[in-house]
Design a protein around this ligand. Structure first.
Ligand code: NAD
Length: 456
């Protein structure tokens, strides 16, 4: 693959102005939706081969979001791409002022593996909706899904508009040597830094969707059973391989035992503890991650679960108890089905511990007390989250989705995403019928007084 040639072709196409047409963009999104719909069986098959993801989970956590966002953009592109009138200040009278949202140009989207369709296609759709060209580099780890996306997109869209480039670190490094008008990256903080440095060489704007350790506060006034149900679903969905999964729990000491029992009961209700439950539970993506995760299961702190099977890359839903911030499992984002539980007696101390860590991508609070909820929301910095729920905030495309600090730069979903791939071109549009001489020489005290009065 000659990246230079591909990018040149996309530059030429972008400069033809075709992508600036709203009708063109809508037509392309409709086409993409129809391609995905008519190949759904292959999409389910590929992801099942990669890591045992069922049709149910693939639809609910990937394709439904992709379809919804395509429809959302088809409906809103005309409005969001329209120029917007804004007021004009007195000093410019007579004139009108407006903002033209315009595409940035040639964009690069780099996807992560854990939701391989959603994390590659959502940013790509957003870039196309805003009128850009796209080179999409999905993660190389889920081989079948990456190959299928390449096949479906590359055989249906012209290379100079929307093209998938498959490959790992070497290809990404090569792509990053080129000058794009926008880079959208989803992945780890470590690689995010590499992408940011490469982008800086060309002053290319970035959106970095990164990870982190997302805390979950469980307060003693919560509905324990419902809290456990929602946390267990959010944590063990995708076998914990979710960037916004509750990474660890901070539970108030007074309800610790009851809460642990409720977690255990919920796991027993929903998951088989042996690898016989394929449609409901995923594999770990590869052996490297499997081995990394197994090392995090400290047998001295094992409360529940801990069954593993290397051949099947299976780790059962696992709870660790009496964990401290010094434990190995608290050093990095877990990204697997291991849930450490830390108890606390003083909320201020617990908040301080969270504040001592880098700002996470998400945070969840389970409580009925508005005072407590407001206190945590005010004091803890994080990308986004939910009160009395986990994960579901990302399904509302009206909520910007992104991190802060080490968990990312920028955000997307819905209008926020559209804006992330657009430039707001600001125009002051004058007429010729009046030209006050105020700003021209010769200067005078009188002119200065008037300008001072006008400008405030
Ligand atoms: P990763 O950073 O290892 O890989 C992401 C992408 O970067 C892949 O396409 C990969 O090919 C490429 N890459 C890897 N190493 C590279 C290098 N040295 N130079 C250039 N490119 C390189 O991340 P991952 O393992 O795919 O995903 C897991 C991480 O992503 C977790 O930290 C998770 O929290 C985060 N994540 C964030 C979000 C979000 O929306 N914020 C979503 C999913 C995952």
């Amino acid at each position: 693959m000659d990246i230079n040639d591909l990018l040149q072709q996309q530059k030429v196409f972008f400069n033809s102005n075709e992508t600036k047409s709203v009708a063109f963009r809508i037509e392309q999104l409709k086409k993409l939706k129809s391609i995905l719909k008519s190949n759904e069986d292959s999409l389910y098959q590929a992801i099942y081969e990669d890591f045992g993801k069922s049709e149910f989970e693939t639809y609910v956590t990937e394709l439904s979001l992709v379809y919804h966002e395509i429809s959302n953009y088809i409906k809103n592109i005309p409005k969001w791409s329209k120029r917007k009138r804004v007021g004009t200040n007195l000093v410019n009278f007579p004139a009108k002022s407006y903002i033209i949202p315009e595409p940035l140009g040639n964009t690069l989207v780099i996807g992560a593996w854990n939701y391989p369709y959603q994390l590659s296609l959502l940013p790509a759709i957003t870039a196309l909706a805003a009128g850009n060209t796209v080179i999409l580099k999905p993660s190389e780890l889920p081989k079948e899904t990456a190959a299928l996306m390449a096949e479906l997109i590359n055989s249906n869209f012209p290379k100079n508009y929307f093209h998938v480039v498959e490959g790992g670190v070497d290809i990404t490094t090569e792509l990053l040597n080129h000058r794009f008008d926008k880079i959208f990256f989803t992945g780890s903080t470590k690689v995010g830094k590499i992408v940011y440095q490469a982008a800086a060489k060309h002053l290319t704007p970035v959106t970095l969707e990164l990870g982190g350790k997302s805390p979950t506060f469980v307060l003693d006034d919560t509905n324990v059973k419902m809290t456990a149900k929602r946390i267990v679903w959010a944590k063990f969905l995708n076998a914990g391989q979710t960037c916004v999964a509750p990474d660890y729990i901070l539970v108030e000491k007074t309800i610790e035992t009851r809460f642990l029992e409720a977690l255990k009961a919920e796991i027993e209700n929903h998951y088989d503890q042996n690898y016989t439950d394929a449609p409901n539970y995923l594999q770990i993506i590869n052996t490297t991650n499997f081995e990394r995760l197994v090392k995090l299961i400290n047998q001295d702190k094992l409360y529940f679960g801990g069954q593993t099977n290397k051949d099947a890359r299976f780790i059962s839903p696992t709870i660790l108890n009496k964990v401290s911030f010094e434990d190995e499992v608290m050093k990095d984002e877990i990204f697997g089905p291991i849930l450490p539980v830390i108890s606390f007696s003083n909320l201020d101390d617990a908040i301080q511990k969270v504040k001592d860590q880098p700002s996470p991508l998400s945070c969840y609070i389970y409580s009925k007390s508005n005072t407590t909820i407001k206190k945590i929301l005010k004091e803890v910095s994080f990308g986004g989250g939910a009160v009395n729920d986990s994960l579901m905030h990302l399904s509302n495309s009206k909520l910007p989705f992104g991190g802060v600090g080490l968990s990312g730069i920028g955000a997307y979903h819905g209008k926020t995403g559209f804006d992330a791939f657009s430039h707001q071109k600001s125009i002051l549009h004058k007429s010729f019928w009046l030209e006050p001489n105020l700003k021209y020489s010769p200067y005078s005290n009188m002119k200065l007084r008037i300008i001072k009065w006008l400008m405030g």
